[in-house]
Design a protein around this ligand. Structure first.
Ligand code: ADP
Ligand code: MG
Length: 736
């Protein structure tokens, strides 16, 4: 079915061996590849703006910006069609500048500056040429100015297309292509020719679905992507490729999910539990409705005969841990062992201690053990003994839980806390461990993944698309909203005074600062110095503790415990405390050099306070220079920093913060590039194309609900496409 025979790219009109080689280097091997080499952008007469329009827009934006700091539309790329009216080389003391003056008939002139490769550009561009300029301009002495923009010289015959209002494709031309003499113009005609002669367009969607979705045929889609006759045609074609890209991935996720449901059985656990009931009755608070709702969802999964695969999302401090504990007790009551994995040793320790406390308060007789690295061999032996005999019911630990050969005994429920990614691969490992302990081949444990902070919905749907999702969207009632304030260096003394007055009232404070040193040794030094400065110079009357990443886990634990016990009033820390730490009496989070932290980091840090009944404060201390509003649009890093800080001031809602973060950083950075397991979307964008994703997801789910193995004849094309696309991917669970 594949079009191997058409791999002879070099015989295509206008290509030849040299250019074919250059194309090969960019991954264009076959004519099919060439046809699928979609434009990066387009030049449309209608969309191109005039110099005076662009000037006006930028001037307006700058005015808006001086009034309000939020603006994501900055650094926009513009395209304009103009004529070179003058060429000038100017000599500065040390540098030369090549300057083109451009004009397009509107009320202003513009300029293009070149600081590098001047001789090359000087030869290339001549007065009188028509050019298409794309780039991010700025206003320089009241003249719209581009610096090293992308420029394309338009040939006279192409000018005709423009007169007729055509939309011309712009392709990515690599250096290799350029060296082989492939200009944009030639790419266009080669591709135009290829499309006209290529006959083997494989339809990727069944006709009936294409009709339902009102999609153009694959041929029309591809043709319109390269040479659209109208903006409408182009957007229909773009919609189809984006939709398809999301759709096939969603189809895969749904297939995986169905496969799990069909081939694996879950341990049936009845919801009735006296253990959970007794603990519930002794809780010092009442559960929020959202917490109760999630517990109900988990119980429904337990009682069904299929394994739970659930993601629990809740804002920082929304009380996920108690949900974990109560549901663990339900499983224990049914005679099973449960395990919870935390990302760090401090957190594992904290869970261990807090579970113990809850259990003792309820006078329950349940053994809970901890598996972390660095435990003495004799202690390990005893713990392992209790695990294997089934005496130990709750096993708390770090990754070590699933790496060491721990002799679990009837492990039926596994919780993964503060996790950002949980893929098919990790699940498979867990299942194997649990099965061994259950002595049963096709039974799978119930798995609950708890996320560290809210994740934007588009990411949840892709990175966690196989999981059912539960959301805790309300904070416990006793919480007062944390007051957040951005402050500048010049207010430092005042702020330390404020911290002092709060501590005198009996509260505790975190003082966090970023580590920017290149080496661990320097980091250690910086951490220690800062700690001494705070302890000796600023707060000599209080006991300060230090917590940083270079400490041994038991040292960290000791510092945490002393802080939790009130022996330290202040904990000077690096981001080690970022995740999960729970000390309700701490009401101040002072973050120094706050502009250096990411948004979700700031949100996590702030989540360390506001956990008790008292009013809490988050102070984001930053440099004086951030006080000044931005004057020009090009300082995007500073702008992003300001957006982060002001967002923190304006909202405490983690779900809202997550959306802003997604816009600022993009999906890969949020989930962590490598371990995110996010597929690379070539055409679709998780920020921009959310609605398309929703539509594709629903469509895919409906198909799988109707035909779980894609075995109906009309779905054969889909099955084939999935196999083509994903067989070698780590997310592939196989089609039955
Ligand atoms: P997270 O969801 O960030 O993991 P935790 O589970 O650590 O949050 O809960 C934060 C704090 O809130 C803990 O001290 C916990 O005991 C407490 N808590 C949990 N649920 C409630 C509730 N319904 N009412 C009051 N406090 C609660
Ligand atoms: Mg937590």
């Amino acid at each position: 079915m594949k079009n191997e025979q058409i791999s002879d790219l070099q015989f295509l009109k206008g290509v030849g061996p040299r250019r074919a080689k250059a194309l090969n280097e960019s991954g264009i091997i076959t004519i099919q590849d060439l046809v699928y080499y979609f434009p990066r952008s387009y030049i449309a007469r209608d969309e191109a703006k005039t110099i005076s329009q662009i000037f006006q827009e930028i001037a307006n934006e700058q005015r808006l910006q001086s009034q309000q700091i939020f603006d994501f539309t900055l650094r926009k790329e513009y395209t304009l069609i103009c004529k070179i009216t003058m060429k000038q080389v100017r000599q500065f003391s040390r540098k030369k500048l090549l300057q083109l003056t451009i004009y397009d008939g509107s009320s202003r002139f513009g300029k293009i500056n070149f600081w590098n490769r001047i001789e090359f550009f000087e030869k290339l561009y001549q007065s009188g040429q028509y050019i298409v300029v794309s780039g991010i301009p700025e206003i320089d002495y009241s003249v719209l100015t581009f610096t090293h923009p992308e420029i394309e010289i338009i040939e006279p015959d192409e000018m005709e297309h423009f007169q007729k209002g055509a939309i011309l494709p712009k392709y990515r031309i690599t250096d290799a292509m350029r060296r082989a003499g492939l200009t944009m113009n030639q790419m266009r005609s080669i591709i135009r020719n290829a499309i006209a002669n290529f006959t083997e367009f494989e339809e990727t969607l069944p006709t009936q679905y294409r009709d339902m979705l009102k999609f153009p045929s694959i041929y029309d889609t591809i043709r319109a992507l390269h040479f659209p006759n109208s903006p409408e045609e182009l957007s229909a074609a773009r919609y189809r490729v984006k939709f398809e890209e999301f759709f096939f991935y969603q189809l895969l996720l749904n297939l995986n999910k169905k496969k799990i449901q069909a081939s694996e059985r879950g341990v049936v656990i009845p919801a009735k539990s006296t253990l959970a009931r007794s603990l519930y009755n002794t809780l010092p608070f009442t559960l929020t409705n959202a917490q109760k709702g999630v517990i109900r969802e988990i119980c429904d999964d337990f009682a069904s005969s299929r394994p739970m695969n659930r993601l629990l999302q809740g804002d920082v401090g929304s009380g996920k841990t108690i949900v974990a504990l109560l549901t663990m007790l339900i499983a224990i009551d049914a005679g099973y062992q449960v395990a919870i994995m935390a990302p760090t040793e401090i957190l594992a320790e904290q869970h261990f201690l807090s579970f113990k406390k809850f259990i003792e308060n309820a006078s329950l007789d349940i053994e809970i053990v901890q598996v972390v690295s660095g435990q003495k061999a004799s202690l390990r032996r005893q713990i392992f003994g209790d695990i294997s005999s089934g005496k130990a019911k709750i096993i708390v630990g770090t990754h070590a839980l699933f790496q060491n050969d721990i002799p679990f005994n009837k492990l039926a429920y596994v919780i993964i806390d503060e996790q950002h990614r949980f893929g098919v691969g990790q699940r498979a490992e867990l299942i194997e461990i649990a099965r061994k302990s259950l002595g049963c081949e096709n039974i799978s444990p119930h798995i609950l993944v708890m996320s560290a902070t809210p994740i934007p919905r588009t990411l949840t749907m892709t990175a966690y698309g196989e999981l059912d999702v539960s959301i805790i969207n309300e904070l416990p009632k006793n919480r007062k909203p944390i007051l957040t304030k951005v402050a500048f260096d010049d207010a430092r003394d005042e702020i330390y005074e404020f911290v002092r007055s709060e501590i005198k009232k009996g509260r505790q404070a975190y003082i966090v600062y970023p580590l920017v040193e290149k080496s661990e040794k320097l980091e250690l030094k910086a951490a220690t110095e800062h700690f001494e400065y705070i302890q000796k110079e600023i707060f000599p009357e209080f006991a300060c503790g230090l917590l940083h990443g270079q400490m041994f886990w038991y040292e960290k634990e000791e510092a945490m415990q002393k802080f939790a016990a009130g022996q330290f009033q202040i904990l000077v820390a690096t981001t080690v405390i970022e995740v999960g730490i729970d000390v309700p009496n701490a009401t101040i989070m002072l973050i120094e050099d706050a502009e250096r932290f990411g948004l979700s980091q700031l949100h996590q840090l702030r989540g360390r306070v506001g956990r008790g009944d008292e009013q809490s404060y988050c102070i984001l201390l930053t440099k004086d220079k951030f006080k000044n509003k931005l004057k020009n649009a090009d300082d995007s890093e500073r702008l992003a920093a300001l957006v982060r800080l002001r967002t923190m001031e304006q909202t405490t809602n983690g779900f809202e913060i997550a959306e802003v973060d997604l816009k600022l950083r993009g999906p890969g950075d949020i989930l962590g590039k490598r371990q995110s397991g996010l597929p690379e979307f070539k055409y679709a964008d998780l920020v921009e194309d959310r609605e398309i994703l929703e539509a594709a997801r629903t469509f895919a789910a409906n198909i799988i609900a109707d035909d779980p193995n894609l075995s109906k004849p009309e779905n054969r094309v889909l099955k084939y496409q999935i196999e083509q696309k994903f067989t070698s991917s780590e997310n592939y669970y196989g089609i039955a």
